[in-house]
Design a protein around this ligand. Structure first.
Ligand code: 13P
Ligand code: SF4
Length: 317
């Protein structure tokens, strides 16, 4: 299936017929981002899903995102164009592992990144995304222990920002972001001394970026640790002519759209998420034609997870 005018007409026509809203994450293929009603980061898309009055949500992203939409809007039909679109980070902890961890820290507040399964969210007190993780942890009384999961690099970022000693971090990682490493970043930054560095906090190189800033190798005002949505906002605000981007490469499309006059380059141009890229033009068309793959979350699990997800979309509004 070529993403041509006939494809666009059919997708838009079927979306209208089904009263469907198309949501796309910033890491989706450019043609999927361009046809969606809304493109954004995990937090923005969750908020849109919760507020939408469409009968169907077609989530062009990965499975945990579609599940989160279903938890927030249980009465809607939620479709993902390919249900095999998983997430290595969400796979790094399951509900049984979390229950065992909680048993070791009775009374601790559990903060789970939105990149988790519905079953893990059901064991969680507050969910967060990369754009509000620091605010979520700050909202917890300082004397309470916190279990932060599953991303170790986002956890390290939150710990640095909040200065909390009683924050325990799960050792999970996203294989795409962990692969963007410090030496690569240092090399690219040295070759582009005037470039801003936009770094996603899931990256293995976030600590190196702060080291470069701390040592004066890169001026600290050029180093920004940002969620994907905040990268778009920052692209519109920066005076830099060139930006090095440390995240999944799908992000470059929205950045170039937001600020066409700036040159955006990936720190690692092989940082592509194979799960995000399963949502092809053909898969989207099939999804709308066949009303598939429908996402289900068991009612009891959804009920237990809903409070944690709702707290996430409220904080930092
Ligand atoms: P955000 O869009 O919330 O920054 O998340 C990044 C991510 O890795 C989603 O899979
Ligand atoms: Fe998961 Fe990483 Fe892919 Fe995001 S980029 S969906 S965190 S595997």
């Amino acid at each position: 299936v070529a993403p041509d005018a006939a494809w666009r007409d059919e997708v838009r026509g079927l979306a209208k017929e089904r009263d469907a809203v198309l949501l796309a994450h910033n890491y989706q293929l450019p043609e999927i981002q361009d046809i969606a009603d809304h493109t954004g980061d995990s937090l923005a898309l969750s908020r849109i899903a919760a507020a939408s009055d469409a009968a169907t949500i077609v989530f062009c992203g990965v499975h945990f995102m579609a599940e989160t939409a279903k938890i927030l809007a249980p009465e809607k039909t939620v479709l993902i164009p390919d249900e095999r679109a998983g997430c290595s980070l969400a796979d790094s902890i399951d509900a049984a592992q979390l229950r065992a961890w909680k048993a070791e820290h009775p009374g601790a507040v559990v903060v789970s990144y939105v990149n988790t399964t519905a079953e893990v969210k059901a064991e969680t007190d507050i969910c967060c995304t990369s754009s509000n993780a620091v605010d979520v942890v700050r909202s917890i009384p300082a004397d309470r222990e916190v279990l932060f999961l599953p991303d170790q690099f986002l956890g390290a970022h939150v710990k640095r920002e909040t200065g909390r000693d009683n924050l325990h971090i799960w050792a999970g990682e996203c294989h795409v972001h962990a692969g963007i490493n410090g030496p690569q970043l240092a090399e690219r930054a040295a070759a582009n001394p005037d470039a801003d560095l936009f770094i996603h906090p899931e990256c293995g190189c976030a600590t190196s970026a702060l080291y470069l800033a701390g040592e004066g190798i890169v001026p600290s005002e050029q180093v920004k640790i940002l969620s994907t949505g905040d990268m778009v906002t920052q692209a519109r605000a920066t005076k830099a002519k060139s930006v090095l981007v440390a995240t999944e490469i799908g992000m470059l499309h929205q950045l170039r759209r937001a600020a066409p006059e700036i040159e955006f380059n990936a720190v690692n141009d092989r940082a592509s998420c194979r799960y995000m890229k399963m949502i092809t033009p053909a898969a989207l068309l099939r999804s709308l034609r066949e009303n598939k793959d429908e996402v289900h979350v068991a009612a009891e699990t959804a009920a237990r997870a809903r409070g944690a997800v709702q707290r996430m979309i409220e904080i930092g509004k």
